[in-house]
Design a binder for this molecule. Structure first.
Ligand code: F6P
Length: 372
């Protein structure tokens, strides 16, 4: 296989996250130094294979100094699905299937294999393009850590460190003012960021999408803390969390080609708590700070390992595979398998047991959670 490869492409798709540049750097360095291949950088995710003029060669000099940089030097978008490419025509939004054009364009560019660095959305697109003849290898990224078949995705560690830092700061002001402070964090479907940052940051209450919450249980917990002398409480809520029998909270506006945006559950919860107790309640939404900044040492290392091994998979002809971390080693798993379901927080995992053991309220009575 190796001798047939001359040129590979690399793109970053979906929401950005710390460590993307470290992967690009590892891909370029390994491809050039170990195999002598050319590397083409595709700008703005799959958009770069839909619109012209968004492809450029990546040489060693192009990746110099990018290891500590957040974001992606290639740019990204979560709005360019070639199978459902939305554009505005005469004031109306229309969707087109441009996937055949994408495969053809990649052939014209002489891309033998495309390395797709993305979350479940981008990797699903990569898998579908593979069915049409494009050769791909995947690298799992998302701060949400909701991709199954890898112990962790890069970007997650940086995100939870950022959130933990915010929690440390919120603690001091909450304590000084005897307030309840709610911190809304990212996490659409899965509550990994909220749960792990919440535990690391000493939160009193953590609400995740996997456990629909009962506002009475939260109120009782806050009252109990006040009675025991702790005159403040810190609540962490994932943006995708919802009350029992209720719905997730979405923002109003929708952009062309984008999925609906979550946001606002923190405020909604604050209103619910204000109806039940007389404490001062404040809300902070950490938002895109979680996606920015320099990657932690863990994420730099994981990204570098992922990028390097992805290139070796290309050389070995292991196409349609995604690099993954399993039992401390980087291995390969079929992309089809990895995107078949999301990795949710398991309610009988040790991390949930840890939260319970620490006396953290997870939005429900512990016996109710055990019965879910
Ligand atoms: O997938 C990561 C994520 O950060 C989600 O937690 C969040 O809902 C989403 O991206 C927001 O993405 P954007 O506003 O860029 O579309």
């Amino acid at each position: 296989m190796e001798h047939q490869i001359r040129r590979i492409g690399v793109l970053t798709g979906g929401g950005d996250c710390p460590g993307l540049n470290a992967v690009i750097r590892a891909v370029v360095k390994t491809a050039i130094s170990q195999y002598g291949w050319e590397v083409l950088g595709i700008e703005d995710g799959f958009e770069g294979l839909i619109q012209p003029g968004k492809v450029r060669p990546l040489k060693m000099a192009d990746v110099r100094g990018i290891l500590p940089r957040g974001g992606t030097i290639l740019g990204t978008t979560n709005r360019a699905n070639p199978f459902h490419y939305e554009v505005e025509v005469d004031g109306e939004i229309k969707a087109f299937d441009v996937s055949d054009d994408v495969v053809r364009y990649a052939q014209v560019l002489g891309i033998d294999v495309l390395i797709v660095i993305g979350g479940d959305g981008s990797l699903r697109i990569a898998y579908e393009l593979m069915q049409k003849g494009l050769k791909v290898v995947g690298v799992p990224k998302t701060i949400d850590n909701d991709l199954k078949d890898t112990a962790v995705t890069f970007g997650f560690d940086t995100a939870i460190n950022t959130a933990m830092d915010a929690l440390d700061k919120l603690h001091t002001t909450a304590e000084s003012h005897h307030r309840v402070i709610i911190l809304e964090l990212m996490g659409r479907e899965a509550g990994w960021i909220a749960l792990e940052a919440g535990i690391a940051g000493g939160a009193d209450i953590i609400l995740i999408p996997e456990i629909p919450y009962d506002v009475e249980s939260i109120t009782e917990h806050i009252r109990g803390r006040n009675l025991s002398g702790a005159k403040f409480s810190i609540v962490v809520v994932a943006e995708g969390a919802k009350p029992m029998g209720g719905e997730e909270v979405y923002r109003e506006q929708r952009e062309i080609g984008a999925v609906r945006r979550l946001g606002g559950i923190g405020q909604q919860l604050a209103e619910q708590l204000r109806e039940r107790c007389s404490l001062e309640i404040r809300v902070t939404v950490l938002g895109y700070l979680q996606r920015g900044g320099t990657p932690t040492a863990f994420d730099r290392l994981l990204s570098s390992r992922f990028g390097t091994i992805a290139v070796h998979l290309v050389a070995q002809g292991k196409l349609g595979q995604m690099v993954a971390l399993k039992d401390e080693r980087i291995t390969a798993v079929p992309i089809a398998e990895a995107v078949s379901a999301q990795k949710m927080v398991s309610l009988n995992s040790d991390i949930i047991l840890t939260a319970m053991g620490l006396g953290i309220n997870l939005g429900r009575k512990q016996e109710e959670i055990r019965a879910l």
